[in-house]
Design a protein. Structure first.
Length: 424
């Protein structure tokens, strides 16, 4: 399939795309706002001639934050435009940067919408986070001679097989990229085999290793645990959970309470539209649950704190002693393991980590990652770690060592982007 056939199919599917958008708006009202932007109508006023950064959703927005900060510092004369495609990503970007950046949703990959968006922004450089590749948007960049970079690029074996099935579409798209800053040598080779120009592929590592934690964060967490009278309570977090994982987590927590009656679980669903359903699940299962969004006090009787707020995940990690990272008991590919590692938390996850294979391998080699496949295994590891604090500290130290050994990716990426801007 080439780009023209892809575009025809996209137009034929447009009614389904619109229906799906309204269905998502029904489930999560935030999707019903600013719909025009998704078709490049009603875009906010923007200064032109700057750097456009695309971070599709919440995870990519968090990963992109250090890059955006550096771009703002290094190029104060250039407007920075940040696009996303989900309300959570949009809210996170606006909360972090406010009026320091320009922001809108990225329009769907329809040629007429791409053209309107490109004329509105007229960037000097496009930076796309991770693997969010859209053929018509990238074609617009190539058509106007604007260098496009894929930053923090990752490509799992499964995704590479999917790209290969549509070689006539994906190979020209990858060849149009001016820089692919791959996280690993294996992923760099996958991009080359799929059609990326060899001279444009570099291994820079993952900028997620360059995470810096505000020193005030652990102090705030300690103060809040003191306020809860929970400094001696065993506290663990299950973060970024998906449908099908919450039941496993709660079953493990029920077992843990038999050994540690004062144990507290901080449960953080990945998607806001699931907050109410997960709260109802906790109550049906008989757990004394409070919602973080309501500011309810955590008492000695509270067994579950539902983390139903946005932009607080790092703080919630800081509150816990141990961290389970979700999206890994189901075949989602996992989520960022480095955030809790940077806060010195021993890590647990499910076996499905294909989006973070290299990071997971390094953390496992440093003895800071335990994989579990069910509630019983999760309970056993939690109970063992709470019973062996020295081992938990050793695990945490191993994770911090991995983080420190891999830092520097952001600077390597910025050097590559500076080269593209100078060439432009």
């Amino acid at each position: 399939m080439n780009r023209h056939l892809y575009t025809l199919l996209l137009h034929l599917l447009l009614p389904i795309i619109v229906l799906r958008l309204f269905w998502r708006a029904w489930r999560a009202p935030a999707y019903g706002r600013r719909i025009g932007e998704r078709f490049a109508f009603g875009l906010p006023p923007m200064r032109q001639g700057g750097i456009w950064v695309h971070a599709v959703s919440l995870g990519e927005s968090i990963a992109a934050a250090p890059l955006i900060r550096e771009l703002l510092a290094r190029y104060p004369h250039l407007p920075i435009t940040v696009t996303s495609m989900t309300p959570t990503g949009s809210e996170r970007i606006q909360a972090l940067f406010g009026e320091r950046i320009q922001h809108c949703y990225l329009p769907y990959d329809l040629p007429w919408a791409c053209t309107r968006f490109f004329r509105h922004v007229q960037p000097r450089l496009a930076v796309i986070m991770e693997t969010e590749l859209w053929p018509n948007h990238i074609h617009q960049c190539a058509k106007h001679g604007v260098p496009a970079a894929l930053a923090n690029a990752r490509l799992s074996e499964r995704s590479a097989r999917g790209y290969a099935r549509f070689h006539k579409l994906t190979a020209p798209m990858l060849a149009d990229l001016s820089l692919i800053a791959a996280q690993t040598h294996v992923e760099a080779e996958r991009f080359r085999q799929l059609g990326a120009r060899d001279s444009c592929v570099q291994v820079t590592g993952s900028i997620k290793f360059d995470l810096s934690v505000d020193a005030e964060l652990p102090r705030r967490a300690t103060a809040l645990r003191q306020e809860w009278s929970a400094t001696e309570r065993p506290v663990w977090i299950a973060a970024s959970t998906h449908a099908g994982e919450d039941e496993v987590v709660l079953a493990a927590h029920r077992r843990l309470l038999a050994d540690y009656p004062q144990a507290l679980l901080i449960l953080v669903p990945r998607h806001p539209e699931r907050f109410v359903a997960v709260f109802d699940l906790c109550q049906r299962e008989g757990f004394s649950t409070v919602r973080r969004s309501r500011g309810d006090a955590v008492t000695a009787q509270t067994t579950v704190l539902l983390g139903d707020t946005l932009g607080e995940l790092l703080f919630l990690y800081a509150l816990a002693d141990l961290a389970f990272v979700g999206g890994s008991l189901v075949e989602n590919g996992g989520h960022n393991l480095l955030e809790p590692a940077a806060l010195g938390k021993p890590l647990l996850s499910g076996p499905h980590l294909f989006n973070f294979l290299e990071i997971a391998a390094q953390l496992s080699a440093a003895n800071d990652l335990l994989e579990v496949s069910d509630a019983e295994m999760l309970y056993q590891h939690l109970a063992n770690l709470f019973g062996e604090p020295d081992r938990a500290q050793q695990m945490a130290a191993g994770g911090l060592a991995v983080l420190q050994a891999n830092q520097g990716s952001l600077e390597r990426l910025l050097v590559g982007l500076e080269r593209l801007l100078a060439r432009e």
